[in-house]
Design a protein around this ligand. Sequence first.
Ligand SMILES: NC(=O)C1=CN([C@@H]2O[C@H](COP(=O)(O)OP(=O)(O)OC[C@H]3O[C@@H](n4cnc5c(N)ncnc54)[C@H](OP(=O)(O)O)[C@@H]3O)[C@@H](O)[C@H]2O)C=CC1
Ligand SMILES: O=C([O-])CC(=O)C(=O)O
Length: 281
Amino acid sequence: MARRWDVMTERKAVSELRVGIAGLGSIGTKIATALDQGIEGLTLSAIAVRDPAKHQALVDGLRRSPTIVPIDQLGDVADIVVECAPSQHLREIVEPAVRRGKSAVVVSVGGLLDNFDLVDLARANGGRIIVPTGALIGLDAVNAAAVGTIHSVKMVTRKPIDGLKGAPFIVENNIDIDNLREPLKLFEGTAREAAKGFPANLNVAVALSLAGVGPDRTQVQIWADPTVTRNVHRIEVEADSARFSMSIENIPSENPKTGLITALSVIALLRKQRATLCVGT
Ligand SMILES: NC(=O)C1=CN([C@@H]2O[C@H](COP(=O)(O)OP(=O)(O)OC[C@H]3O[C@@H](n4cnc5c(N)ncnc54)[C@H](OP(=O)(O)O)[C@@H]3O)[C@@H](O)[C@H]2O)C=CC1
Ligand SMILES: O=C([O-])CC(=O)C(=O)O
């Protein structure tokens, strides 16, 4: 009996992890709502948005109102900062958090490649940078294969036209994708190059590369495809432990560039932070 009481006291002593969210777009809104509805051991403590008035209705609808803070102050008031803003804000969000030894969950993972010193900063201060599987599939298997030797990783992405519009690669090369009647291969190269040319469309390629053989050895093809309605990613991995192919067909969210499953992936990751039973690597 006494033993059981001890355990209960110990459990109570573990404080809730405070979560801060940067950006309340198609991803951030769903994460905020899920946290407010309840994730074991986690509390939504703060959010950072560009225009608080625009998001007032959402904030008012939450059961427990988070504090609204400037984007670079999330790390002061949260133990886990979730970055889901445009990638140009990645540094402002992640640096203050990891400098204070906090964890940063990064969805604009393409932006990490130009800010990779943040990983060293996190290491030096006891912080962590966590990249969710996001809109992709199978990073558990890629992580496992990378413990051995991976020979090659190839990814082919097909997106509907709306999911690619405005990408710097398309604009700079003056490619007209609006009037396509059949699939057009836009790009073939490394994940690092893909992230530069398609910063809001190909975070998945960078996540894949960081799980596996790195951004310079991960080969990527990008197709603009008027025949698909989903964001389709197909991956092939050749390793000394296994050969595997995986594909995912993502339903676009309100933001046509972003698959609906991305927010769910972050929510699943947050659930694991304090879950008693964790499944998958
Ligand atoms: N890792 C992955 O698998 C995936 C990653 N992504 C990436 O995730 C990120 C978020 O995507 P998504 O939610 O669809 O994007 P959205 O465009 O829907 O939302 C972005 C949000 O960031 C907010 N924002 C912009 N500037 C600031 C600022 N200065 N301070 C605070 N907030 C700001 C916007 O505010 P406002 O509402 O006022 O405009 C908006 O709410 C993107 O970088 C995207 O490329 C997307 C899909 C998959
Ligand atoms: O949602 C998707 O299919 C992928 C995506 O936008 C990204 O990686 O940035």
